[in-house]
Structures are given as C-alpha cells and as structure tokens.
Design a binder for this molecule. Structure first.
Ligand code: C5P
Length: 484
C-alpha cells in the first residue's frame, strides 16, 4: 500500500489541506483520508443548511500569488478621494480574512495612492485603464466584474455613485460596476455638504433600491480644516468586516444552547472473552444525526456501540460495547434537551457469559441462556425527573412498518418514532440511503392523535439534516408557546 508524506506535497496543496482540515477540525492525515473517501464514493461533503457558508465551501479555492489559498475574492475599486489612503489598509484587512483582492484605481485615485503601493500590498497588478490592451487581454473589465465574489468601492466618491446610479460606463471603474452581477459594497467618503446634497441623496436612494449595500459614511472631522459632519469613510476594519459578512453570512444555529444525546451503532453482547452477539447496524444514521445536530449549534453527546466510523467533529463520543454499558453512559449524560435513540441495541444478552473461551465438546453446542437487555429508549422515556423534553426512537421493521412503529411509540413512551424499512431488499442496513416515516403525537400528544409524515428516499446525511430541521422547528415552536 502506498504511503503519502504530506511534507513533500507542494506548498499550495499543503496550505489547502491545512485550511480544510482546520475548518473541519480534523488532522491533516484524517482530512486526506476523507478527501480520498469522498473521491471514491463520488460525492462531496454533504451540504447542510447549518454548515459552512457557500463562499467558504467553494471547492475550487482561489490560489493567491503568495501561495496561500483564498476562500473568496474581491475586486476593490479605489475612487479618488483623500480617504483612498485607508484602502491600502483595507487590502491588508481583506487578505487577513483570506479574501483575494484585485484592485482598480480610478484616474483621480492615482492622485492619492500609487499603483505601485496598491500592487505591492495586493500582490496583483493594478488595473486603471478601460482601453488598456494588456488589461483587456489579461483581465478585461468583464472579467474584473465577474471573476470575483464581490465588488467593494472604497472610497466611493459622490461622482462614482452618481455614475453608478445613472448607469454610466465611461471609465474602467464605472464599466466594471455596470457589467457586474456580483454584490456591491460601497464605502462612501465625501464632504458633508456633498453627502447631504439632494443629488447625492437621490443617487444613494436609487443605489439602495438597486440592491447595493452601503457601509458608512461615519460622522467626524473632514480633511478640510474646521469641517465636520457625516462623510468620513468607514475605517478599513469596518469595511472588511462588512465585506466578510456579505461573503460569509452567519450560519443559522437553531439548536444553539441545546444538549442533544444520541445513541448509535450496534451493541456487542459477549458470549465469552472472544465471541459476541451482534447485528448489522453500521451506525451511519446515528453518526450523521450527531454531525447535523452539532452543525446546528447543539452540544452533542454520542454514545456509540462498536462501529467502523470516525468520531464526528465537535461531538463528545462515548464508545461502549454492550447494551448495559450504553444505558450507563446515557444515564450519565443526562440531563439533555433532546434524546435520539438510533442504536440497534441487542434485545438479549447471554446470561451465562463464559469467563474463558468456550471449548468445543463432544456434547455439542454449549447451551446459551439469553436474558433480556434493558430497553434504553423505554427507560429514558419513562423517567419522571430527568426525562428529556423530546425523546425520539427508531423503528427498524421488515413488515407492517407504520402499524408496528405506532405501537412502538405507545409502548416505549417516546414522542417521535423514525420508522424505516430494513428488509434486506432495501439495502438500508449498512447502506447509505434510507426511506423513513416520521411518526409523532400531534399537538405534543394532547389530543392523542398520531401523525405520519413520509419522506422520500434520501441519503442518511439528508435524513439527519431533515430530522434536525424538524427538531429545530419543534424546539422553536415550543419556546413560542404561551406558558400555561
Ligand atoms: O424494540 P425495538 O428494538 O424495535 O426498538 C427500537 C428503538 O428502541 C430504537 O430507538 C432503539 O435505539 C431503542 N432500543 C433501546 N434499547 C433496547 C432496544 C431498543 O434503546 N434495548
């Protein structure tokens, strides 16, 4: 089997791996394994509505000329105003946030900052001429307008804003702004009288109607001696933060502050020190739920039987073997807000477990006496003191799926049952896809009616995401219910 020395990979690949593994909180070696597994399975990481935002998920990160890997890119248009000096700092602030910056200087901007300084800080050549043959060949205004995730204009002068509001395109900056279909962030900077002028007010209102986002201007002293008011360009850090927020909107974390307890995998019930009773559960569904709940902001404790899966990132995992150990860890993990019992717990264990390896004898097979295991789901559902407010069980059935699941809901005393058909033909056991029905007591069981919600065939990751979305909705709805 070939081995791979990460140290010998080229710098850009190493940086990419480091960033990706840091983002996923895995070791670099582990991340390489995940990438290879995804490649073989022909899929990317599942996109969860709670996970990393699109810009950060970009599978083809932009390579900066420095060798670092950028997660997003911005075309920064520097307008002609005294505040242009702050744009030099803005370039650095954006790059610190792993945002690649390509700069365009208007003619007037070059009176305040030099292309050389901008180029040195951005590590890119600077563009300024709409009709520069090299620039048209190399990037061109259409490419500068589109080959980025966002356009930032800082300082946005009154003149540049007037051109934008009226659709002018007589220089490179205005042509880019007219030709783009990307988000635009403007950081206006001008004298307070210009800012308050009726023409500027009209232009600002028009630009806002067009979907352009403004940061600032702030109020304060002007460059002109003795003048103060609204018109100072926002500080570089404020503009960079606003740009970052637009590029990477905050991820919804609907289960923040909630503690979720999950069981997963099979249990192994020992016969003697080397043999055990087991089942075919892979643990994939429970692990996927743990990852989805964690991505939704929950604190997750996963109690898992023996499985061949790596621990999900950011989840506390308790590894157990038998049903009794699983119950012990579940009890120790209480209290929890939500408990999801996805483990395929063995119903029976061997009462007369051999202390030594059982020997073959001429008398034939040694008799195995079986005793019932504790039912973890039923035990926790019936607690009076520490019962989690939402208890969810699974029903893996090979026949009469819905009827069996409904009676399981009543018998075990849980709130929801996720029912799935595990007859061999479905390939659910050990496979990657699942067809489930969510069975719940309507109105939290107040009217005794049971609702059945059947979901289409999905991957186990999608089932997990959907289940977590239902949980998040139920938790939010409950918090909105008036106190009785
Ligand atoms: O009775 P049955 O095994 O079909 O019930 C399945 C549900 O009960 C699953 O949620 C499973 O995790 C849970 N269970 C349990 N402890 C057991 C048996 C089942 O928590 N001993």
């Amino acid at each position: 089997m070939a081995s791979l020395t990460i140290r010998k990979l080229d710098d850009a690949v190493k940086t990419y791996l480091r960033l990706r593994s840091a983002k996923n909180r895995r070791s670099v070696e582990e991340e390489v394994r995940v990438i290879l597994r995804e490649l073989i399975e022909g899929r990317e990481e599942p996109l969860t509505p709670f996970a990393v935002p699109t810009a950060a998920l970009s599978t083809t990160p932009t390579r900066q000329r420095t060798g670092a890997v950028a997660e997003a890119s911005v075309t920064l248009i520097i307008g002609g105003g005294i505040a242009a000096y702050k744009s030099l700092d803005l370039i650095r602030r954006l790059k610190e946030r792993r945002i690649e910056v390509r700069c365009v200087l208007t003619k007037a901007a070059q009176q305040f900052v030099t292309p050389l300084a901008v180029s040195a800080l951005s590590h890119e050549r600077v563009y300024s001429d709409l009709f520069d043959p090299q620039s048209e060949f190399d990037a061109g205004h259409i490419r500068l307008a589109r080959e980025c995730d966002m356009i930032v204009v800082a300082p946005a002068t009154a003149d540049l804003m007037a051109k934008m509001a009226n659709g002018h395109a007589d220089d490179l900056a205005s042509a880019i702004l007219l030709a783009t279909n990307r988000k635009i962030l403007l950081a206006p900077a001008m004298n307070p009288l210009m800012w308050n002028n009726a023409a500027t007010r009209r232009n600002v209102a028009q630009l806002q109607r067009d979907g352009v986002v403004l940061i600032g201007p702030n109020s304060g002293e002007m460059a002109e001696a003795g003048e103060a008011g609204i018109g100072r360009m926002s500080e570089a850090i404020e503009i960079a933060t606003a740009a970052e927020r637009l590029l990477r909107p905050p991820v919804p974390r609907p289960l923040a502050g909630k503690r979720v307890l999950i069981t997963a995998g099979p249990t192994h019930e020992p016969i003697d020190p080397v043999r055990y009773i087991a089942n075919r559960s892979s643990g994939k569904q429970g692990f996927a739920i743990a990852a989805a709940a964690q991505a939704a902001g929950a604190e997750v404790i996963l109690v898992s039987g023996p499985v061949d899966l790596s621990d999900p990132q950011g989840v506390t995992v308790k590894h157990v073997e038998s049903a009794r150990q699983m119950l012990e860890q579940v009890q120790a993990a209480l209290p929890a807000d939500i408990a999801i019992f996805a483990a395929a717990v063995a119903d029976w264990r061997v009462a007369n477990e051999g202390e030594q390896k059982l020997k073959k004898t001429s008398a034939g097979m040694p008799p195995l006496q079986l005793v019932e295991n504790p039912d973890i789901l039923a035990t926790i559902s019936k607690l009076t003191d520490k019962r989690p407010p939402l208890v969810i069980g699974f029903a893996a059935e090979t026949e009469h799926l819905i009827d069996n699941a409904k009676s399981k809901l009543a018998r075990k005393g849980c709130d929801w049952i996720v029912a799935n058909d595990v007859s061999p033909a479905t390939g659910v056991m050990g496979g990657d896809r699942n067809t489930v029905h969510l069975i719940s007591r309507r109105n939290g069981g107040k009217d005794g009616e049971i609702a059945v919600d059947s979901w289409p065939v999905m991957t186990k990751e999608q089932v997990a995401i959907e289940l977590v979305a239902h949980i998040a909705k139920s938790v939010t709805d409950k918090s909105r219910e008036p106190a009785s």
